[in-house]
Ligand binder design. Structure first.
Ligand code: SF4
Length: 416
């Protein structure tokens, strides 16, 4: 089976990437014909203003991939922008892809929602709207009364999100009017609310992704996949709409011109969801990630900062591993017998969190040791390893050129 998959070069890879993508690729490369690419054009779709770190990010990605065992002898590894035919095919696809297919793309809408919501929240907090000062509706009022400190902020945020969600996912576009009314009804200062909503309405926010490139990146993604006539694509659940769009584009091309493209299947990747050390989604922007390139000391320090069961204040308190970030890591890095032992001891207050974290830090470091060793080897001779990607890019280009010859012929285009 031919498999195609790519990753955006946005910085060093962390453990979340390893368990979410790399681990799966390592298995796939053993059984299938794989093409893995560094999606540098995709990185530009929402980060086009400052490209100064793009080359360095690509280099780091090469090191991360190779040090974890992604193997150029087993798979074709390449850099997307080195195969210009992807862009040509995306352009041709864009001729017959209805705009509505892209505007309805859930990823596009969700990203916009998050940007708008973040802005609204920051704006209100920036204006020092105190939760205690508002006269909320009854249900919010009761919830706030019971809550304390940080919980209050969380409840307020959830409430705000709910209101914004209703206004955003409206059939006729964002319903700013009802959002404004609801926020004022909530007791927020009218002037502040009007100021925030006006900025959203004027379109200042989210301008960065209001580009043709961002809107049409699923078309480029379809070209990335179809140009190699891939049989399957490994994806997370959230990427399924994109693969469906790829299949729609393939169907449309095949019916308009000639049957050239197979409809690729999706392979749902069994993602082990790894949260960051603070219990939130692992992300560079939250500064809560453990990187594959972190040294032993850094990993130990990060593990010691990890969030545990918040109800367990003293060593003598019984803990609940099910709500503990450290324990969720143990399940991936620690042998089953020890995991069971920690589970029991934690519930009976027979192990302290610091000791529990030390065991984890040791196990993560043991896991990372061979990766670090390989990394050091690659870094010493980076030119040689970069060359492997350039060779892979030439191989991929040869395949892409063959498909493009067929495409041009089917569409009655010059092939010069
Ligand atoms: S003992 Fe371990 S599993 Fe239990 S709360 Fe502490 S860190 Fe978490």
């Amino acid at each position: 089976m031919k498999i195609v998959s790519g990753m955006r070069p946005t910085g060093r890879l962390h453990l979340g990437h390893y368990f979410g993508v790399i681990k799966n690729w390592l298995e796939l490369q053993e059984k299938h014909e794989c093409l893995f690419f560094i999606a540098d054009w995709h990185a530009l779709t929402n980060k086009y203003k400052d490209t100064s770190d793009l080359k360095e990010n690509i280099k780091q990605m090469i090191i991360d991939w190779l040090s974890t065992g992604i193997n150029p002898e087993k798979s074709i590894l390449f850099i997307q922008s080195g195969v210009k035919e992807h862009a040509e095919l995306a352009l041709l696809f864009s001729m017959f892809t209805p705009k509505s297919w892209l505007e309805l793309n859930p990823t596009y809408k969700d990203l916009k929602f998050n940007l708008f919501f973040q802005y609204l929240k920051d704006f209100l907090i920036g204006k020092k709207i105190k939760i205690n000062n508002i006269t909320p509706s009854e249900s919010l009022d009761i919830a706030l009364e019971k809550a304390t400190g940080k919980q209050k902020n969380k409840i307020f945020e959830d409430y705000l999100r709910e209101l914004f969600f209703r206004a955003f996912y409206n059939q006729k576009g964002i319903d700013f009017k009802s959002l404004k009314e609801n926020l004022i009804k909530l007791g927020l200062n009218r002037r502040v609310v009007e100021e925030a909503i006006n900025s959203l309405e004027k379109g200042d926010i989210g301008k960065d992704i209001d580009t043709l490139g961002f809107l049409s990146y699923p078309v480029l993604q379809a070209a990335d996949i179809l140009i190699y006539k891939a049989d399957a694509v490994p994806v997370g659940e959230d990427q399924l709409p994109h693969i469906e769009l790829t299949r729609e584009i393939a169907r449309r091309f095949n019916s308009l011109y000639k049957h050239i493209f197979p409809e690729p299947k999706h392979i749902i990747t069994e993602e082990a969801k790894l949260v960051g050390i603070d219990g939130r989604k692992m992300s560079k922007s939250y500064n809560n990630a453990i990187y594959l390139s972190d040294d032993e000391k850094t990993v130990t320090e990060k593990v010691l900062q990890m969030k545990t069961d918040p109800q367990r204040v003293k060593k003598t308190d019984k803990g609940n591993p099910d709500v503990c970030t450290v324990f969720s890591y143990h399940k991936l890095f620690t042998d089953q017998k020890t995991v069971q032992d920690i589970d029991k001891k934690c519930r009976n207050a027979e192990i302290g969190c610091v000791d529990c974290k030390k065991i984890l830090a040791e196990n993560i470091n043991r896991f990372l040791t061979p990766i670090r060793k390989k990394r050091a080897e690659i870094e010493k001779d980076i030119d040689r390893y970069e060359k492997l990607f350039l060779e892979g890019t030439l191989t991929a280009r040869k395949l892409a050129k063959t498909t493009m010859k067929e495409v041009r012929k089917a569409m009655n285009l010059y092939d010069i």
